[in-house]
Design a protein around this ligand. Structure first.
Ligand code: ADP
Ligand code: MG
Length: 352
């Protein structure tokens, strides 16, 4: 069963003409880590606040464990939703120690039970030895782990994180992401986190929803979203891609540089389409058989790979330029370059 369901959730703030969240739907399964990804102002925090119960939706319904918590005239108060939240600025109590911060939400338990639970979560979060410190005596990463431990100690059904890595310096970020994923997975908790950084998504999310101006663009596992973005907005958000105009024919995709033949049968479509093929989804070949032939107009070394810009001439229209990420070991003798897109990694966009 889904632990969380949002159905057609909308939020209009009184001062604003456009909804902050517009007809947004999401399913979250038990144990999943879901990312809400989008630019600043796209409505991510508002969605979290509606799930937690700090904001009342203008329309739609929110269910937690199958039970409506918002919508259809129902409103369950935040403290009765069993949802933990880690705020962007951590919101630790400055005059309480780490221990007091973590045990704060355990008032319903007996003293020995609360002590055991707090000790467990302190070990799990790697905070041993810091119990008596105050927040100002902690590093950013430690504060974040205290905020996480405090949110997790009462064992909420669902934990929400607002931009959890935005205050962590980039050197530490990678480790933090792994640590947080480990802690969440070890406890079997379900988590939703908000971010504008695709690297957060790739490292820790099982599933991601991309949001633009309050609207859902696409939900899928990160690998799928990366290779098969629904539209050019999502494609661009995750990095460089090649856009190629095409017509679908029995041969394959007819493009200005020639036909991309595929073994899989394509849906018949009379409409012109736009393909998106990631730069690493082209293979450079030594021979021309079944390949496109272009000339390299630019070559950049980028460490683990090199970026080649390959121009394919077209007698009846503008030339096509394809960006290819190749291994630095690949030799393209002089200017000629034979390449083909990887079967199965050709994506048709749904842009209007
Ligand atoms: P994000 O977290 O993705 O940056 P927010 O959810 O904070 O975006 O904001 C989405 C939109 O709603 C923005 O245009 C913001 O200005 C507006 N907004 C957020 N909270 C309020 C509020 N309390 N009153 C009015 N407008 C708000
Ligand atoms: Mg926000």
């Amino acid at each position: 069963m889904n632990i969380l369901e949002l159905r057609n959730v909308t939020k209009r703030f009184p001062e604003s003409q456009v909804p902050a969240v517009d007809d947004f739907s999401l399913d979250v399964e038990h144990g999943e880590i879901v990312a809400l990804l989008g630019e600043s102002g796209c409505g991510k925090t508002t969605i979290l606040r509606m799930i937690a119960g700090f904001e009342v939706p203008s329309g739609g319904i929110i269910r937690i464990n199958g039970e409506a918590v918002s919508g259809s005239g129902i409103f369950i108060e935040p403290q009765n939703r069993k949802v933990g939240i880690v705020f962007q600025d951590y919101a630790l109590f400055p005059h309480k120690t780490v221990w007091e911060n973590i045990t704060f939400g355990l008032y319903r338990l007996s003293k020995p039970d609360a002590t055991n639970k707090a000790n467990d979560i302190i070990v799990l979060s790697g905070l041993q030895g810091l119990e008596q410190r105050y927040p100002h005596q902690l590093s950013g990463g430690q504060k974040q782990r205290v905020a996480l431990a405090r949110a997790m100690a009462p064992e909420p059904k669902l934990i929400l994180f607002d931009e959890p890595f935005s205050n962590i310096d980039s050197m530490r970020k990678h480790q933090m992401r792994e640590d947080i994923r480990d802690i969440i997975k070890k406890t079997g908790a379900t988590a939703i986190f908000v971010t504008h950084d695709t690297r957060d998504v790739m490292t820790i999310a099982d599933k991601v929803s991309v949001i633009r101006q309050g609207k859902l663009m696409q939900t899928d596992i990160p690998e799928k979203i990366y290779t098969y973005p629904a539209n050019s907005y999502v494609a661009d958000f995750f990095g460089k891609t090649n856009y190629i105009k095409a017509k679908i024919s029995p041969e394959g995709y007819e493009t200005p540089m020639g036909v991309i033949r595929t073994k899989t049968s394509l849906p018949a479509s009379l409409k012109d389409v736009v393909l998106s093929i990631r730069p690493e989804e082209f293979t450079i070949k030594d021979e021309s058989m079944g390949c496109f032939c272009g000339s390299i107009v630019k070559e950049r070394f980028l460490g683990e790979y090199k970026e080649l810009t390959c121009k394919v001439e077209n007698s009846s229209g503008p030339d096509t330029e394809i960006v290819i990420y190749a291994s630095p070991a690949v030799k393209c003798d002089g200017e000629k370059c034979y390449f083909k897109p990887n079967e199965g990694k050709i994506n048709v966009l749904n842009d209007e």
